[in-house]
Design a protein around this ligand. Sequence first.
Ligand code: SF4
Length: 291
Amino acid sequence: MLQQTQVKTVIPYFKKFTKNYKTLKSLSKSSEKKILKLWEGLGYYRRARNLLATSKILVSQYNSKFPKTIKEIKTLPGIGDYTANALLGLVHDQPVIAVDGNVKRVFSRLINKQESKINFDQLIDKNKIKFFNSKRNSDFVEALMEFGALICKPKDPKCNICNLKKNCKYFNSSKKIKTNKRKMIEDKNYDVFCYVNKKKQIALTKKNNLGFLNQFNLPEIRESKKNASTGNWKFLKRYRNSISNKKLNMNLYYKFSNKIPESFVWYSMEENKEFIPTFTKKIFRQVSILF
Ligand code: SF4
C-alpha cells in the first residue's frame, strides 16, 4: 500500500484491510471484486491484484510461509529486485539492502559521486561487513530508507542534525555533486466519451486499452489525435488528471442516449457496490454538472 503513497493516506485503508483479513489464508480466499472495493480510492490497483495473487501462491505452494530465497520471492506477482530485497531484509532479517532512490542518494552523497557513476551492487558488497555488523539487519534496511526520506532529503538535506556529517564527503566538500533530477513527467492528451442517461447514469466498459487502467470500469477513452473527428459527441470540458508519472489532459465529451454498445454497462454516478477507480470517479464529478 505504501508504494508511491503517503503513510497518512494509507493508514485508514490498512486498518480496514487488516480488519477484513486477519490471516493470509482469509486473504487468499477473498475475491478480486472484494479486494478492489476495499482498495477503492488508494490507486495503483495492480498492487491489490498482486497481493491477492501472492497470498494464494503462498498458501498453496509455501504452506503460508514467506519464501527465503531471492529467486523464489521474485517469482511472486509484482515483485522485482527492489521489493524482493526489502522483503528478505525486513521479513527474514537477511543482510541485504533494497536500493531505492533514497538509498542511492544517501550513498552518492556520502562519497560525493554522481549516482550514474556508482555501481551500487559492488559498493554494497564491498562494505557488507561494515553495514551489517549490528545483527539488526532488518532495522538497518528500514533505517537506511527512512534516513534518505527524512534526513538526507533530495532538496535541503538536514546536514546540521545528521550523525554522518563528519564522514560525509558531500557535506565536507566545496565541490558538491548535483542531486539527480526527478523523473520527467509525461504529458498526454486523451478524449473521453461518456454515454449518459436521464437517471444520472453513465455507461462504462472494462474493455479498454488504457494500459495504466486496463480492465477497469471506464467510459470510452482514446488518445487525442490532431483533427480527429468527434462525430456527434458534445464537448463538455477540459480538465487535468495525474496518474503515476503522467500528467493527463482530458477532453470530455458526452451524449445522452439510452442505447449503448454491447460491452458497456450503466453505472450510477452516485453510489456503486462495485469497485470504481478514482480516475473514473473524477469523470463522474465532471459529468455531473450536466444534471
Ligand atoms: S551530512 Fe548531509 S548530505 Fe551527508 S549524509 Fe548527512 S544529510 Fe546527507
